[in-house]
Design a protein around this ligand. Structure first.
Ligand code: LLP
Length: 379
């Protein structure tokens, strides 16, 4: 098998999906899978087959969701910059609802629905100004962020909504950020949603979506293989005070697929300078951009030397002509040599889906493993 490649552990994916469903069902919650985390068709077929809805952020994501088994009535569509064709497509496909992010977008959706002579179901995305306490690049619910509209704007739309016969305003949508590990943040979100719902008198509307954001353990991925769905849904249930008839929706990405993917890469060269040992590998930031983009930590192991003691620290770097093309600084590893196979953990979410062909490098292929055991390529 040619390195680098992504390996997906489908047994772990199934276990994760089952755990999420088991916890969500306790409270009658619905989960939409956020395709942006990973739109690999093999994963999508399993996730749609397990009964999840889909959260899409482009017309193409809606197409891919439909192609891979998600039902139109379980698809929601978000994004601050929807183009006319995407809105038209979403309406024509009769998806569950469009998450509308501004007053102007509301008017555009209304015009398009009128032109098509159809009804568009809409939820208003509100920016609740709740701090997700996560990396600033993946915080979306603060008032300085570009996402959503204020409660004042939502109120204007809600008060005039019955004037628009091509719009069915079903409820509200929120999403405050990603990789959130602290349940207090979700408590704060639930409390703020309660306040906003009171203020907008929206509890009679049938739909309420709290977005995604549940984090995973990047430091100890083999110990905490499954995200804390129990704590997450329990916290929401404890603090959220929805309308009696409201259905509660979530859009989870990372927590559903993050731990089931790994990136395998081979050491091309080692090099020692006055200050560092480098392990130069054949995967680059084009295959996994998270460390370069957010300073994200991913656990790295040398599986060719799994039985050996860790004796040195290496900067594990890729071949791309950028200093940020580095998967980990000062990583503890055994004595590492040319030809060794390294595994970068927790690459199921936002790795393959954010890959590029920068430096005209090939995007890594993916392999699937159904047994839960590592599928190691031959040397
Ligand atoms: N809903 C909306 C409206 C979103 O913007 C996102 C993620 C999600 C749901 C899913 O969030 P999750 O459950 O996966 O946290 N590339 C970054 C993450 C960007 C997240 C963008 N929005 C990373 O690699 O950390």
């Amino acid at each position: 098998m040619q390195t680098p490649f992504y390996q997906y552990d489908l047994a772990l994916l199934n276990d994760t999906l089952n755990a999420a469903v088991a916890q969500a069902t306790r409270y009658g919650y619905t989960i939409h899978y956020a395709l942006k985390a990973n739109a690999n068709p093999a994963l999508l077929k399993i996730i749609s087959g397990a009964g999840f809805g889909a959260d899409c952020v482009s017309g193409n994501e809606i197409k891919v969701a439909l192609k891979n088994g998600f039902k139109p009535q379980g698809i929601v569509f978000a994004g601050v910059g929807k183009t006319d064709w995407e809105i038209e497509y979403a309406i024509e496909q009769n998806i569950q609802c469009i998450h509308c992010e501004s007053v102007q977008e509301f008017q555009v959706i209304e015009q398009i629905a009128q032109k098509l002579n159809k009804t568009a179901s809409i939820a208003l995305r509100i920016n609740p100004n709740v701090d997700a306490n996560t990396h600033k690049s993946i915080t979306t619910g603060l008032k300085e962020n570009k996402f959503g509209m204020s409660a004042e704007e939502a109120s204007l739309i809600l008060n005039s909504a019955n004037k628009y016969k091509n719009i069915n305003l079903v409820g509200l949508h929120f999403h405050i950020g990603s990789q959130i590990m602290n349940m207090e943040v979700f408590k704060n979100l639930a409390l703020e949603v309660n306040r906003i719902q009171e203020r907008l008198q929206s509890k009679a509307l049938p739909y309420l979506n709290l977005g995604g954001g549940l984090g995973i353990d990047y430091i100890n991925p083999s110990i905490n293989r499954i995200a804390d769905f129990e704590g997450y849904f329990k916290t929401i249930n404890q603090w959220l005070n929805p309308g009696k008839e409201q259905t509660i929706h979530f859009e989870l990405g990372r927590s559903l697929v993050g731990q089931c993917g790994q990136l395998y890469t081979r050491v091309l060269y080692t090099k020692t300078t006055k200050s560092r040992n480098f392990a130069i590998v054949d995967a680059g930031m084009n295959a996994l951009i998270r460390p370069a983009l957010y300073g994200a930590i991913h656990r790295i192991e040398n599986i060719s030397k799994i039985e050996y003691p860790t004796i040195a620290t290496y900067d594990v770097v890729g071949p791309i002509c950028e200093t940020t093309d580095c998967f980990g600084e000062q990583v503890n590893l055994p004595n590492t040599e040319r030809g060794d196979l390294l595994v970068v953990h927790s690459c199921g979410a936002y790795a393959e889906s954010m890959a590029s062909d920068y430096n005209l490098r090939e995007r890594p292929k993916s392999v699937f493993n159904h047994s839960g055991l590592a599928l190691l390529p031959k040397h």
